[in-house]
Design a protein around this ligand. Structure first.
Ligand code: NAD
Length: 439
């Protein structure tokens, strides 16, 4: 066995060093596509695998469908043969490494939905071979790689750390952030054995500037959950502070900005209309679910989840109060939403609080329109809406609600045109007008 370990390790090490290892990425979404492109940039031959034929066809035609990945880069890699995509999992048999970056959503009961990971891992198990490096990147609860995936892969008779290498490495991509991209975000990686960690670290160091090896897959899984839980709880704290400040007549934004001048021991978080995206509203519940199984209630997570979940209603109450102060009922009012993406300058609508705000407003009898340069149309609760011109709609509406502070919005013109503005992002910080109501 010792000989086999040295042989497998040496072979794969050599292939990675010489960049002749054939790299595979399963799941070509917001995480998988940038990762695939980064390894193609490093000179590897990369095969992406996805169940969505449309994404595979786009990629093979040299086109990017992810905002942060330039089409020109994809085109060059496809033309040079460094990047290709397939819906056929049998290509795994020819790969040396496989990264799994498929969705990990929540079920309605807030329990982890591991079905995508399980299906992808089953396909890997079907085609895996000795000397392969397999890395899970999907965010998940501590223990997933060791308890769920390892038995699936070892069923073949191959042993992790000897015949193949198994790791977990959390993805930290921040869509829309031009400063931090896949390459320069430090990459944490933990393996089932030391040999696995070493192989994972060697692999990532080819395409990432800074690799952070940790002692186990569970530590690596927990790192991601700590990061996102830290953020979710701190946002919950400032959202609660915003609710308190409203009652006390204090400007919460001014409070946070002044507190942030402390050069140590304070990190600013900002209130908003509610959590959105694929990570912050979801990941902490992976931790609370696992924690409950060990007999520990994750009280901070539950509490922050409750407070953050109240924010869309808090925003709608603000709209109602602001309209009432102008002797206008919400029933029958025209409310225009500026920005529906879950955060600034991105085209992602997943879990966006704007959806809850629109539904709540409609339930209260308001007529709702929206503008979002990144989201041309959306569907919710059985009906569709299309993005309309901001200036015209702002002028026509009884109230404009800034839900997403896209840089493309012309704030001066908005303040000129609108009759009333509820600003949930402090986008109009430098404007002083009685028609602006801040969160
Ligand atoms: N989006 C982010 O900003 C972000 C950041 C960090 C971590 N993550 C985590 O990364 C993981 C992936 O997230 P994402 O945002 O890239 O999701 P995504 O929905 O954008 O992409 C996932 C892709 O996987 C494909 N897929 C689903 N099942 C598959 C299967 N069995 N085989 C092959 N492909 C399959 C889907 O078709 C889709 O293209 C999740 O666990 C998420 O929590 C996401």
């Amino acid at each position: 066995m010792q000989l086999a370990l040295a042989t497998m390790q040496e072979l794969l090490t050599e292939k990675i060093h010489t960049r002749t290892a054939k790299v595979g990425v399963i799941g070509l979404g917001y995480v998988g596509l940038p990762l695939a492109v980064e390894f193609a940039n490093a000179g590897f031959s990369v095969t992406g695998i996805d169940v969505q034929a449309s994404k595979v066809a786009e990629l093979n035609a040299g086109r990017s469908y992810i905002q942060d990945v330039p089409t020109e880069t994809v085109r060059q890699h496809v033309e040079s043969g460094h990047l290709r995509a397939s819906t056929d999992f049998s290509v795994i048999a020819d790969l040396d490494t496989v990264n799994i970056a498929v969705p990990t959503p929540l079920r309605k009961t807030k329990d982890p939905d591991m079905s995508f990971v399980v299906v992808a891992a089953e396909r890997v198990a079907e085609y895996m071979h000795p000397g392969m490096l397999i890395i899970l990147e999907s965010t998940t609860y501590p223990g997933t790689t060791e308890e769920l995936l390892l038995p699936m892969f070892e069923k073949s008779g191959l042993k992790a750390g000897e015949d193949f290498f198994l790791c977990f490495s959390p993805e930290r991509v921040d869509p829309g952030n031009p400063q931090y991209r896949t390459r320069n975000i430090p990459k944490v990686v933990g393996g089932i054995t030391r040999a696995c960690t070493g192989m994972g670290a060697l692999f990532y160091s080819q395409a990432h500037e800074n690799v952070v090896p940790v002692s186990s897959t569970s530590v690596a899984e927990m790192v991601k959950l700590l990061e996102n839980t830290f953020r979710m709880i701190n946002i919950g704290l400032v959202n609660e502070l915003a609710i308190m400040c409203e009652r006390m007549g204090v400007n919460v934004w001014e409070v946070i900005d002044a507190a942030a001048t402390k050069p140590f021991g304070f990190m600013p978080f900002y209130p908003g209309p509610g959590l959105g995206g694929h990570c912050i509203p979801i990941d902490p519940f992976y931790l609370s679910w696992k924690s409950k199984q060990t007999g520990v209630e994750a009280r901070f997570i539950e509490l922050a989840g409750f407070i953050n979940g109240q924010m869309p209603r808090f925003v709608v109450d603000k709209v109602q109060t602001a309209l009432n102060s102008q002797a206008k009922p919400l029933l029958g009012a025209h409310v225009h939403i500026a920005g529906v993406a879950y955060k600034r300058d991105i085209d992602d609508l997943r879990e966006s609080p704007a959806l809850d705000i629109i539904l709540l407003l409609e339930q209260k009898g308001a007529r709702v329109t929206y503008t979002d340069p990144y989201i041309p149309s959306l569907r919710l609760d059985g009906h569709g809406l299309s993005s309309v011109n901001l200036d015209e709609s702002a002028a026509a509406a009884d109230c404009v609600v800034i839900v997403t502070d896209h840089k493309a919005f012309d704030h001066a013109s908005l303040v000129d045109n609108a009759k009333l503005i509820v600003d949930t992002r402090n986008a109009l910080k430098s404007y002083h007008s009685s028609k602006i109501v801040r969160l």
